[in-house]
Ligand binder design. Structure first.
Ligand SMILES: O=C(O)CCC(=O)C(=O)O
Length: 271
């Protein structure tokens, strides 16, 4: 069941049992293949004495299980429903693994200011292949998908490595005023996934106990998304794209394949 109204209101929604055991297996195999062979974009997002929070990006082209999940699971169709789009493209994949005992939390942030795209009809899927309690799962500040954009900073040392200092508002102290900034989140079982707008503020806690927190995240572009070239390397970077796609153009490029299009009949019944 997809609660589209909740997504429109809050900028994030949990889809229970979105994926079958087979999809779960593809995602798990994709994550393990990725961990076994990290790309040059991979990074460790926790300090050396704190478990391991490992991230990697943009690996679908070399990991068949990742591409299979992206193309054959219902994820892109769910993305189309939530973004109310006729066409859904892949933006990129992102693997986020917190090994047991990793205390490092993920600070509150929005994703769009780190990216080279702009628009409203976008959605990211966050799919853990392990059971995750609410504190270690992704959480959101409800309603922040309506803006404003907040300053993106490096996670470990707080630097302004993207937009120049002072050019965007700083992230408020959301935790100091929970009445004003309601936090939403869910404990998740394998098969459940969370979908969120790229502007919705989100973060997560550390991982206690002995369970791993392995997550496959896929980022999708809907109808109004356009290229927004930056004068700095974005996260993830798309080097050379600026020579091939104009500012403000749809992301019509082999890096961003079309995954789902509304059939003629569906489009007709919608209009
Ligand atoms: O997995 C996490 O801890 C954070 C996730 C996140 O920031 C993202 O998926 O954009």
């Amino acid at each position: 069941m997809i609660f589209e109204g909740d997504y429109r209101r809050d900028g994030a929604v949990c889809v229970r049992q979105a994926f079958s055991d087979e999809h779960l297996r593809w995602a798990m195999e994709a994550i393990e293949a990725n961990l076994a062979d990290l790309s040059p974009l991979a990074k460790r997002a926790s300090s050396q004495d704190d478990g391991a929070f490992v991230e990697d990006f943009c690996n679908w082209g070399r990991i068949p299980e990742m591409e299979q999940f992206i193309r054959e699971s219902p994820a892109a169709r769910i993305a189309a429903t939530l973004t109310e789009s006729n066409t859904v493209r892949l933006y990129h994949d992102h693997v986020l693994v917190k090994e047991p005992g990793t205390r490092q939390h993920t600070r509150w942030h929005q994703d769009l200011p780190y990216y080279n795209v702009d628009g409203y009809q976008n959605v990211s899927m966050w799919f853990p292949v392990d059971p995750v309690d609410r504190s270690a799962a992704i959480r959101f500040i409800a309603g922040t998908h309506r803006g404003p954009w907040y300053m993106p900073r490096t996670f470990l040392d707080d630097r302004a490595a993207w937009f120049p200092e002072g050019s965007l508002a700083e992230i408020p102290d959301f935790d100091a005023d929970p009445e004003r900034w309601p936090v939403i989140g869910w404990a998740l079982e394998p098969g459940d996934a969370v979908f969120f707008n790229m502007l919705t503020v989100h973060g997560s806690g550390g991982v206690c106990g002995t369970t791993r927190r392995r997550v496959l995240s896929i980022r999708f572009l809907g109808d109004d998304m356009v290229h927004a070239p930056r004068s700095w390397p974005t996260s993830p970077p798309f080097p050379g794209l600026v020579e091939e796609l104009d500012d403000g153009c749809p992301l019509d490029h082999p890096l961003f394949p079309v995954l789902w299009t509304r059939s003629g009949a569906e489009a007709k019944s919608r209009n």
